[in-house]
Design a protein around this ligand. Structure first.
Ligand SMILES: NC(=O)C1=CN([C@@H]2O[C@H](COP(=O)(O)OP(=O)(O)OC[C@H]3O[C@@H](n4cnc5c(N)ncnc54)[C@H](OP(=O)(O)O)[C@@H]3O)[C@@H](O)[C@H]2O)C=CC1
Ligand SMILES: O=C(CO)COP(=O)(O)O
Length: 333
């Protein structure tokens, strides 16, 4: 039996994952914007988020959520974190029992500090949950460049059964049962990418970038392990892999925010000029709150929080870095 997939979210990543899955299974992509739906169905292009890229003709889109959800054997959710709960509440009205729900979203809910898979568990109890995450810049994957990703679910049997839906020759999907670690890796690397971007925008060197990425990974791992993730997950594709891609790519929206902050622009102006989401800006306050609850020191995340709240300029932050105390690399604090 071929599994049918419904995917919610017609942005750059939702459209990319839907294109990948369309090689393996029938899929219906839901987007709220009728013009996006029309462009995908008639012209095989998502003009708003992936202009100039041809989509597979097999990919069908709809603006009617029931059409994407009611017949789905697997539901994939790729809307930004701020709309995740509302979209899921609507999907619940159409979803059949026990259908697995996979999140593509690399953010946290602001008010509750919850991960997206926790929202799925709250709203759709009993449905198996998972994430697809890793170093996956949408445009590169649509350009046919090779990439690796991780499908993570706690149940080893279920994750192995769903992996072939996402895997293809050039999009290599590994499995991992550390759901919390994989999900947090995707959230936390966005914060470090903003820090690295600030350095790049200020004209800092390659040594600085390497130091920030390495110390950033140490922060990510400390918080992730304190929250219950496995240390090795943060050294893998969902941790270090995604950190490298996001911190070094000109395609990254989070790094872009950092670069513009480094150039001295105000955060509100930077965000207002972007039509795509940069999750790290929204999750920085939540990450700081989580670090406080778990007693973890996250100096880089604190600096990014200050910069994204407009409390301190990137220049002040980088001057401060030179004055901060340094201790044992492996046992800070
Ligand atoms: N782009 C990438 O390379 C990758 C992104 N991700 C993650 O995927 C998630 C989605 O990102 P991405 O696709 O890039 O985002 P984009 O900014 O490209 O697109 C956002 C999409 O979400 C839709 N949307 C926003 N608010 C709502 C809402 N309230 N109801 C329904 N739809 C809504 C937008 O619709 P509309 O146009 O109508 O506003 C648009 O289709 C993020 O968490 C991101 O971190 C993960 C891996 C790679
Ligand atoms: O998650 C991503 C790459 O894996 C996309 O990063 P940005 O959201 O910073 O563009």
């Amino acid at each position: 039996m071929r599994l049918r997939v419904g995917l919610l979210g017609g942005g750059s990543w939702g459209t990319t994952v839907a294109s990948v899955v369309s090689r393996n299974a029938p899929i219906t992509l839901w987007a709220r914007d009728a013009a996006t739906v029309d462009g995908i169905n008639r012209l095989h292009e998502n003009h708003k988020y992936l202009p100039g890229i041809k989509l597979p003709p097999a990919l069908r889109a709809t603006a009617d959520m029931a059409e994407a959800v009611a017949g789905a054997d697997v539901l994939v959710v790729g809307v930004p974190s701020h709309s995740f709960r509302a979209v899921l509440e609507e999907a619940k009205r159409h979803l059949r029992p026990w259908v697995p729900v996979i999140s593509l979203t690399k953010g946290l809910e602001l008010d509750t500090e919850k991960r997206m898979t926790e929202l799925i568990e709250d709203i759709l109890p009993g449905h198996p949950v998972g994430v697809l995450t890793g170093p996956n810049l949408a445009r590169e994957i649509m350009g046919g460049q090779a990439a690796a990703s991780v499908l993570s679910m706690e149940d080893e049997i279920v994750v192995r059964a769903l992996q072939p839906l996402f895997h293809s020759g050039l999009f290599r999907v590994y499995t991992n049962t550390d759901l919390l670690g994989c999900e947090l890796g995707g959230v936390l690397k966005n914060i470090v990418a903003i820090a690295v971007g600030m350095g790049d925008g200020l004209g800092a060197g390659d040594n600085t970038r390497a130091a920030l990425m390495t110390r950033g990974l140490a922060e990510i791992t400390r918080l992730g392990v304190a929250m219950g993730g496995r240390a090795e997950t943060f050294a893998g594709l969902a941790g270090m892999g995604d950190l490298i891609a996001t911190c070094t790519s000109a395609l990254s929206r989070n790094r872009h925010v950092g670069v513009e902050l480094g150039r001295g622009r105000a955060i509100d102006d930077i965000v207002a000029d972007m039509h795509m989401v940069a999750e790290g800006v929204k999750s920085a306050p939540t990450v700081i709150a989580l670090a406080r609850h778990h007693g973890i020191d996250m100096p880089i995340a604190r600096d990014v929080f200050d910069a994204t709240q407009g409390r301190r300029s990137a220049q002040e932050i980088f001057r401060g870095l030179l004055r901060s105390s340094v201790g044992d690399e492996a046992h800070p604090g």
